[in-house]
Ligand binder design. Structure first.
Ligand SMILES: Nc1ncnc2c1ncn2[C@@H]1O[C@H](COP(=O)(O)OP(=O)(O)OP(=O)(O)O)[C@@H](O)[C@H]1O
Ligand SMILES: [Mg+2]
Length: 265
């Protein structure tokens, strides 16, 4: 496949990457999920994993998070081999993982509470990120009082509050209607710009991937391998509506679809 509007780049030099994935394979008994994945995730950029359902995107995020062990290979974060979860990595789960008995405020501030930070300080930090994700006014609500999309945003605010350097976002907007989804995508872009963290994002939406990503990693069907890395050429200074009508944006969406569609049965 040739890409006229998007360019394919060699992996960046290892030193520039916050997260390095080296030769990662993962088998679940007889299921071979990932086969020899090599990827670099640069700091300050949002990299999206895009691929068919069941190809192993969540598995790869969990390996980077240190929640499951790979069958072979290793992950390094800032040059250090991952052996388990760590405070510099935060996972926003595909299914919600909020504490149902705690308010939005407590959920967002919980990581800071664990670190022993005083109440006033942690609440002030939590309040800031609750505002960043557009949930001001909901601080005292419980998860069951929120919509699915709002719960996802609480998860996002919690990840920011602990100041994790690497944010692992597994379909954070999947439970959200189209209108809100667009708003969150814009919020996410703003956060990427502002926070300069390493974002590793999973979505099923090609449009969403092209809209928010600095880099898109296309994964093949299981056993999953990296089939292509694309850097969308999108002018992020344009207005959201202008970006979505931009020919470069539309062409990149179409070309990724052409690359992925043979994986769809
Ligand atoms: N704990 C597990 N035990 C056994 N098999 C598993 C386990 N977790 C995942 N798998 C299998 O590994 C493969 C990859 O799963 P994974 O959840 O990583 O895919 P995914 O790309 O995130 O899919 P989706 O897009 O549907 O979320 C699937 O075939 C799945 O059935
Ligand atoms: Mg998944």
């Amino acid at each position: 496949m040739t890409l006229s509007t998007a360019s394919i780049h060699a992996l960046p030099h290892a030193e520039s990457a916050a997260v390095e994935v080296r030769g990662i394979s993962k088998n679940y008994k007889e299921v071979e999920a990932l086969r020899s994945i090599d990827l670099d995730f640069p700091r300050g950029k949002l990299t999206t994993l895009l691929g068919p359902s069941g190809c192993g995107k969540t598995t790869l995020l969990k390996i980077i998070a240190g929640l499951i062990e790979p069958t072979s290979g290793e992950v390094r974060v800032n040059g250090k081999t991952v052996t388990g979860p760590g405070p510099e990595r935060a996972f926003v789960f595909q299914d919600f993982a909020l504490m149902p008995w705690a308010t939005v405020m407590r959920n967002v501030a919980f990581g800071l509470e664990l670190k022993g930070m005083g109440k006033a300080e942690r609440q002030s930090i939590a309040r800031h990120y609750i505002a960043e994700v557009g949930l001001t006014g909901f601080e005292d609500k419980y998860p069951h009082e929120l919509s699915g999309g709002m719960r996802q945003r609480v998860g996002l605010a919690r990840a920011f509050a602990v100041n994790a350097e690497v944010l692992l976002l597994d379909e954070p907007f999947s439970a959200v209607d189209e209108q809100n989804r667009r708003k969150f995508q814009e919020d996410l872009l703003r956060l990427v710009e502002k926070e300069r963290k390493t974002f590793i994002f999973v979505t099923h939406s090609i449009e969403e991937a092209v809209y928010v990503s600095d880099r898109i990693v296309l994964l093949s069907r299981r056993p999953s391998r990296v089939s292509q890395i694309i850097e969308p050429k999108v002018d992020r200074t344009a207005s959201p509506d202008a970006i979505r009508r931009d020919q470069g944006y539309l062409d990149t969406v179409e070309e990724i679809w052409q690359g992925l569609k043979h994986y769809v049965d």
